[in-house]
Each structure stands twice: as C-alpha cells, then as structure tokens.
Design a protein around this ligand. Sequence first.
Ligand code: NAD
Length: 228
Amino acid sequence: MKKLIIFSGSGMSAESGISTFRDSGGLWEQYRIEEVATPQAWKSDPVMVQEFYNLRRKQILGCEPNNAHVLIAQLEEKFDVTVITQNIDDLHERAGSADVLHLHGNIRQSKSSGPNQEKAYFPIDGWELKNTDLCPDGFVLRPHVVWFGEEVPMYDVAMQHIAEADILVVIGTSLQVYPAAGLIHYALNAETRYLIDPNAGELNVPKSFKVIPMNAVEGMKKLMEELS
Ligand SMILES: NC(=O)c1ccc[n+]([C@@H]2O[C@H](COP(=O)([O-])OP(=O)(O)OC[C@H]3O[C@@H](n4cnc5c(N)ncnc54)[C@H](O)[C@@H]3O)[C@@H](O)[C@H]2O)c1
C-alpha cells in the first residue's frame, strides 16, 4: 500500500463551522494571540486562558466532521494513511481516521502545567477544565495545546512520516505558522503532492504541487477522482 500523508490546517474544519485562524471573521481576530495562546498569557492570567480554551472546546463539541474529514477516513481502504493535523479539534478522529498526529495538541485533552508536561495527557470530560483541576503531581491542568513560542514535541515524528510519503496532500493551511509549515519540504520521496485550498494561488508552495483551488469538501471529492 502506498503511504499517503494528509497535512491539514484550520481550513479543514471551516465547513464544520470552526473558524480558521487568519480568514476575516476568524476567531483569532477577536483576541490578541499574546493574550490567550502563549506561556506568558498562562502565567499572567490562567483563568482567562482556561476560559478561552473552554469556549473553543464547547464550540468544537457542538460541531460535526464534514464530508472532507469523512473522505479522508475512507482513503484508508486504499492507502496507508497518516493524518498530520495542526488542528486541535478531534474531527479527523470522529470521522473515523485511525492514525492522527496532532502537531499542536488536542483540545479534548489536558496536561500538567508543571515540569513534566509531555509525560501524560488526560482526557477532559465535557467542555470545561477548571483551574482547580490538578494533575497527579499536584500542578494545575492546562489544555493540551502547543502555544506560540513553545516547542512542537511531535515535530520529528511528523517529519519522519512526511519523508516516507508516496503521496502528500496539504489541505486548508496558509503555511504561515512555523515550524509546522516547514514540514512540506521534507516530502522528498513523494511521487505526487497536492494542495487543496480556496486561496491556493496566494500560498507559497513549490511548483511540484498540483493545486486544487477549492474548499476542503469539494477539493477532497476532486482528489478522490484523481487518485482513483
Ligand atoms: N480547528 C482548529 O483546531 C483550529 C482553528 C483555528 C486555529 N487553529 C490553529 O491555528 C493555527 C493556524 O494555522 P493554519 O495554517 O491551520 O490556519 P490559517 O488560518 O493560517 O489558514 C487557513 C487556511 O484555510 C483556508 N481555508 C479557508 N476556508 C477553507 C475551506 N472551507 N476549505 C479549505 N481551506 C480553507 C484559507 O484559505 C487558509 O489558507 C494552526 O496551528 C492551528 O493549530 C486550529
């Protein structure tokens, strides 16, 4: 079976009703990143940061995978698929994808805010994580999300997968958040590379990419035709 890697960003979940990062109307327009998605923010106002992610979690729990998520899960019938997502939602899993690597964490889980943050991740029951919820070592639980300025613990694993890809499909990411965006350059052995994004023309990808300038749902239908 050929190894097919999906590399998804927030555009993947746009048609499920979850705002993207940069598009106008995106949720991040309503907040300053430094106020909610950095270690400094957690240090100065952990209650506000927790609240921001609680609201995101509540919204995500009310959303469903879209047809593009479903088609990606169906690719497993013909390919050895690994999904590498920058998204913190769990819509790929809920659509049935078996092998999902969350580069920037998973909002449905928490982790220690102490020194051993990557030692264990804990499922969050429902939408709310409270600042009184503690990990077994006694530190406050924070969302399992990689903040700006933090290391990306899964980067090397993701890089290895991409280096082994026969087919790479990049979908719904503006490729502006680093180091994640740099991963596409490691697909040195891929025979085919695709980019699905309605604004594909404005994105900086090598010429070797076949561009499908469509939303995720329509673009995935087109990709299924191309691959069959
Ligand atoms: N759903 C989520 O979990 C979520 C939501 C917002 C932000 N984030 C985080 O913010 C960071 C943002 O970087 P990014 O590159 O993923 O997002 P981004 O906002 O920078 O880029 C989104 C891309 O999606 C495209 N897009 C918009 N609507 C689309 C659609 N219907 N179908 C396909 N593509 C569409 C846009 O043209 C754009 O290129 C990520 O690291 C991610 O962790 C996650």
